[in-house]
Design a protein around this ligand. Structure first.
Ligand SMILES: [Zn+2]
Ligand SMILES: [Zn+2]
Length: 481
């Protein structure tokens, strides 16, 4: 018996949590957060209560109530009996939150299969944020004996025993899980390391597209995916359809050309915001900057990501070829003439290695040499404008997606307020999506020719009905193959 159940990604963009069962093998295809569904209940200031473990997620239908799936410390807190592991693996397509956002709830002994690139991205997130638990879970609700004196204390994540590493298998060629043979197929997307999968089951091959596009810097990856997927003569294809209704044909090259032209002949600072983990967009800005004899300035988090990629031998811009912005933190000692040991006190240990490098720049250097840089300044870094003091003819490139909910609209207004306050009026919006348009999706399906087609990750599932023998999934309903 082979079946699929979509616990997320149905009539919404993202939140993919698809359970594949083949004989006694049970694997998850992604385990993401559905932004739309979560936003029905939660916002910046209201979220699930940690003391309920996974209880709040289940109560609101954000995660399925299944045995043998969730982390033991949370279950224990919920007074649920100890459970045996009941799932063999999670096949992660890529490290966007709508595909891995609920990893923090899962048992760490269910191995995650993903690309090296996805592993690097998750490592960066875990290392640079105290709350991130993609690959390292912090044991919660655990008391341990005090080191000194009697009694117990709460186990702390800083304690080596306070962290459980998740099992991760970085894959780049065919592998087996129980009755399944799985072939990872790299695709181009707005995040490095994105994969599709061909999964050979006892009822034929399932192609799972993940998120993909043809208009990025690595179009050939997606072309190869289509060719290889088609050679499997698949029984079924689970296909994303974020932009099935879009006819926009703009490419990453268009972004590069627009940005290069915009920077030309400018004697002032160029400021931009683009998605933090999109190393291809970073490459676009780096090239546009260099064409105008400027250097791109990235954030500390991006520097960490580039270091991870370099160490793993994964393609991405070289850390030594960009500058890294070092913000003034807590005591603001980085711009003062003071012994280095005191400066370190302002920063987290993961940041230390970037602070004294040749490519480090502070607000002082940005301020004094504005025409030499293209500076990435995201929403959270807007406050740096006060220290950087951008000059009169400063330009701004807005290179992220259009706001699609009220919170994003509000944040966009805040960005505009900052720009207006500093008289930055020369602004362009240039961005392309990580998702294929309608025509590209249509051609993909017509070339791969699956016998059955299951649309996910879309608000327009019905548009797929004319493309193949389409099964519209219902949330938590079993589809027999
Ligand atoms: Zn997605
Ligand atoms: Zn994605």
């Amino acid at each position: 018996m082979t079946s699929l159940i979509c616990f997320g990604g149905v009539d919404e963009i993202g939140g993919n949590k698809i359970l594949l069962e083949d004989k006694s093998t049970r694997v998850w295809l992604d385990f993401g957060m559905g932004f739309g569904t979560a936003a029905n209940f939660y916002s910046e200031f209201i979220g699930p209560k940690k003391c309920n473990g996974i209880g709040d997620y289940i109560a609101l239908g954000l995660a399925p109530d299944l045995k043998g799936l969730y982390r033991q410390d949370y279950l224990k807190k919920m007074k649920r009996k100890e459970e045996e592991k009941e799932f063999d693996a999670i096949l992660l397509t890529h490290a966007h939150f709508d595909h891995n956002g609920y990893f923090n709830l899962l048992r760490p002994d269910i191995p995650v299969y993903c690309s090296k690139g996805s592993e690097c991205v998750m490592k960066m997130l875990d290392a640079t944020s105290f709350t991130s638990e993609f690959l390292r879970e912090k044991k919660s609700f655990t008391l341990v004996p005090k080191k000194r004196g009697d009694g117990l204390k709460r186990l702390d994540a800083r304690d080596p025993e306070g962290v459980v590493e998740r099992e991760v298998v970085a894959v780049n060629k065919k592998f087996s899980i129980g009755s399944l043979e799985v072939t990872p197929l790299p695709v181009d997307h707005s995040l490095p390391g994105a994969l599709a999968y061909a999964i050979e089951t006892s009822k034929g091959t399932i192609i799972y597209s993940g998120d993909f596009r043809f208009h990025g810097l690595n179009e050939e990856k997606t072309r190869k995916f289509v060719e290889k997927a088609s050679a499997f003569e698949p029984e079924c294809m689970i296909c994303e359809g974020t932009r099935i209704d879009s006819e926009n044909t703009e490419t990453e090259q268009d972004v590069y050309e627009a940005v290069t032209g915009f920077c030309k002949d400018s004697q002032a600072l160029v400021i931009t915001n683009y998605p933090v983990r999109d190393t291809d967009r970073m490459a676009t800005f780096k090239k546009a900057a260099e064409d105008n004899e400027r250097k791109l300035v990235v954030s500390l988090k991006q520097a960490f990501l580039l270091k991870e990629f370099e160490q793993a031998g994964e393609p991405a811009p070289k850390l030594s070829e960009v500058n890294v912005y070092i913000p003034r933190k807590t005591w603001g000692l980085i711009t003062e003439e003071i012994d280095w040991q005191y400066v370190l006190g302002d920063y987290d240990p993961w940041e230390y290695e970037f602070l004294q490098e040749k490519n480090a720049v502070t607000c002082k250097q940005l301020n004094e040499n504005q025409e030499e840089f293209v500076w990435r300044c995201d929403f959270f870094e807007l406050k740096e404008l006060i220290d950087v003091k951008p000059g009169k003819t400063t330009k701004y490139v807005w290179s992220v997606t259009e706001p699609f909910d009220t919170k994003m609209e509000l944040n966009q207004q805040i960005v505009m307020n900052w720009l207006n306050h500093f008289n930055i009026n020369d602004v362009i919006h240039k961005h392309v999506s990580g998702h294929a348009n309608g025509q590209d999706i249509k051609e993909t399906i017509q070339t791969i020719k699956p016998k059955k087609l299951i649309p996910v990750h879309t608000e327009h599932a019905k548009d797929f009905q004319k493309l193949a023998n389409c099964i519209l999934p219902e949330k938590a309903e079993k589809i027999e193959l």
